[in-house]
Design a protein around this ligand. Structure first.
Ligand code: SF4
Length: 138
């Protein structure tokens, strides 16, 4: 049986992807217990001047070399976040995550990815918080 592709946990809010988290006012993210499909209703409810990716986190198929963040071997986003946040303690007691078994970031960085995940806002253009040391954001 063919293995299912890994999922990018910082994908776009487009039909076919899953809503996996909500961005809060303090710029942290809470993951949903049960991911929800991106529906036309959700798309229609979007505020015109605010991107979906600054309000929610989405999971979608990791397209590897089809993505600008692919560095030839893996996702460059989680590699960079991990590298610049080495001082961040790794959560040993992970909260459940519905996509962990297929998460690209977890497959590369294991628990460190999950420790960083709650600070990642996909639309960094709007929030300016993506590549910042997460310790600054707390
Ligand atoms: S990095 Fe961890 S918490 Fe975030 S989506 Fe992947 S498995 Fe879930």
């Amino acid at each position: 049986m063919q293995e299912q592709p890994l999922l990018c946990p910082s994908s776009t809010g487009t039909t076919g992807n899953l809503v996996i988290g909500k961005v809060h006012a303090d710029d942290t993210v809470t993951l949903l217990e049960q991911p929800q499909p991106v529906t036309d209703e959700l798309m229609a409810a979007k505020q015109a001047d605010v991107s979906m990716e600054s309000q929610y986190r989405f999971a979608g198929k990791c397209i590897k070399s089809g993505c600008n963040q692919w560095d030839g071997k893996g996702c460059g986003v989680i590699k960079l976040l991990s590298a610049i946040n080495q001082a961040l303690p790794v959560d040993e007691d992970l909260k459940p995550c519905a996509i962990r078994s297929r998460c690209r970031w977890y497959s590369q960085e294991n628990k460190r990815a999950c420790s960083l995940c709650k600070f990642v806002i996909t639309d960094y253009e709007s929030k300016g918080a993506y590549f910042v040391e997460v310790s600054v954001l707390k």
